[in-house]
Design a protein around this ligand. Structure first.
Ligand code: FE2
Length: 426
């Protein structure tokens, strides 16, 4: 007897009328039209069954703190960092845990079941580290939370940061972070990349650095990150986040840089919602788009994910844990409008970040974890277009969230009585 049988599902790769069999929290079979007794049966009615959304770049220690102690007036990254510095001494563990848990509730409701969150270690109390490790334990049954030791004030600029970062890793933080563009000089930025990669190599940790989150075309720390990745044999274990300066770089230089990133096996995370609002603030017109070169990176075979980065914090006043909103913004800013590119945008919030996080058992395949989301859409493109309702969310074969279908009643002469905005004419 199966625990769960989902049938008549469409999968993201286009296979339709698929059944997914679940036993003991794992997928035991994926095939068309399976018949087997099951404790629970779900009729997907031809809708899209996707593996859960994954956010590869988030700041859970700052989330839902919007307006504390004040709002970012300039809208810049640097004022956001200063604002966070004002807030830090007033943080309490209880408030941090409560806000993070509230955000995880939103995430589960949105079918977002794995998050990589940076946690600021530039605080002698390491309060946020303790709080997020507690949150990680508490949400583990329903959400994978991976933590990055993030030296917000610069690992060299803050003289105690390396020590605090090491303490955070010892306490159980998973990944080594960095912020080379915030160090005082280009040379210090490059040195910080080298030191942090060496630390990660020595301790067998993954690396995810905020890298070149700037409009300065000469901010080239991603080059150092790729070089150090190769030098230390860290291929497949290193990620550069944001990388917005690449938008403004000289094209000839980028033609050299992209193959280096690809050869080094460095992944890139772009955060379209945040960087389209933070970047270009010193421009008049034309104003640059604050996003790295996503289609070009993908064309070179680089793994690229879209991250949410911020929700209601010193850097960004909006957001709701909706990775389809993130994918939609990425699609628009990068002009990824072909059928293939729109599907890549869906992958950038599902399979690609799962790869970056090294998630085990991710996917709708035999032997994978029984984690999936039934969306009110017929395919990944429609899911992005509609930011589709998450009808049902499953974790280890158990339902952890559900939402009513989005439909509107119409009161129009000679027209149907309802519409869901799904396009039936295909
Ligand atoms: Fe970030």
């Amino acid at each position: 007897m199966l625990d769960l049988l989902v049938h008549k599902a469409t999968l993201p790769d286009g296979r339709s009328n698929m059944s997914v069999a679940v036993q003991d929290g794992r997928i035991t079979d994926v095939a068309p039209g399976l018949q087997a007794p099951a404790t629970e049966t779900v009729d997907a009615q031809g809708l899209l069954l996707s593996p859960p959304f994954v956010d590869a770049h988030f700041h859970m220690d700052a989330t839902l703190s919007y307006g504390l102690p004040r709002v970012n007036a300039s809208g810049t990254l640097l004022e956001g960092i200063a604002l966070w510095g004002e807030l830090k001494p007033h943080l309490t563990q209880e408030a941090l845990v409560e806000r993070a848990l509230a955000y995880c509730d939103w995430a589960v409701a949105r079918g977002l079941l794995a998050i990589r969150s940076h946690v600021d270690i530039c605080d002698p109390r390491l309060l946020a580290v303790e709080a997020l490790l507690e949150v990680k334990r508490r949400v583990a049954p329903y959400l994978d939370l991976q933590l990055v030791a993030f030296p917000q004030d610069g690992v060299l600029r803050d003289p105690q940061a390396m020590d605090k970062l090491q303490r955070a890793l010892t306490m159980g933080v998973d990944v080594v972070g960095g912020i080379p563009h915030f160090e005082r000089t280009m040379a210090d930025g490059a040195l910080s990349v080298k030191l942090l990669c060496e630390l990660a190599a020595a301790q067998g940790k993954l690396v995810d650095m905020h890298c070149d989150e700037s409009d300065d075309p000469l901010s080239r720390h991603i080059e150092t990150l790729a070089f150090e990745t190769q030098r230390l044999g860290l291929q497949g274990r290193v990620t550069g986040s944001h990388c917005t300066s690449m938008h403004s770089m000289d094209n000839y230089y980028v033609s050299k840089l992209l193959p280096l990133i690809a050869e080094a096996g460095v992944s890139i995370i772009s955060n379209p919602l945040i960087n389209i609002t933070l970047q270009g603030r010193h421009d008049s017109y034309p104003k640059r788009r604050g996003m790295t070169r996503v289609p070009e990176l993908l064309a070179h075979g680089v793994t690229v994910a879209f991250g949410h980065d911020c929700v209601m914090d010193p850097w960004y006043s909006l957001g709701s844990a909706d990775m389809l909103e993130v994918a939609s913004m990425g699609l628009h800013v990068a002009q990824m409008t072909s059928q293939a590119a729109m599907r890549q945008c869906f992958e950038a919030v599902t399979t690609s970040p799962a790869k970056i996080l090294h998630l085990d058992g991710y996917g709708i395949e035999k032997g994978c974890n029984a984690d999936f989301v039934l969306l009110q859409a017929q395919d990944p493109i429609e899911a992005i277009r509609l930011r589709a309702t998450r009808l049902q969310v499953f974790r280890s074969g158990k339902r952890v969230a559900q939402s009513p279908a989005a439909t509107a009643s119409l009161h129009l002469p000679g027209r149907p009585q309802t519409t869901s905005l799904m396009h039936s004419g295909r």
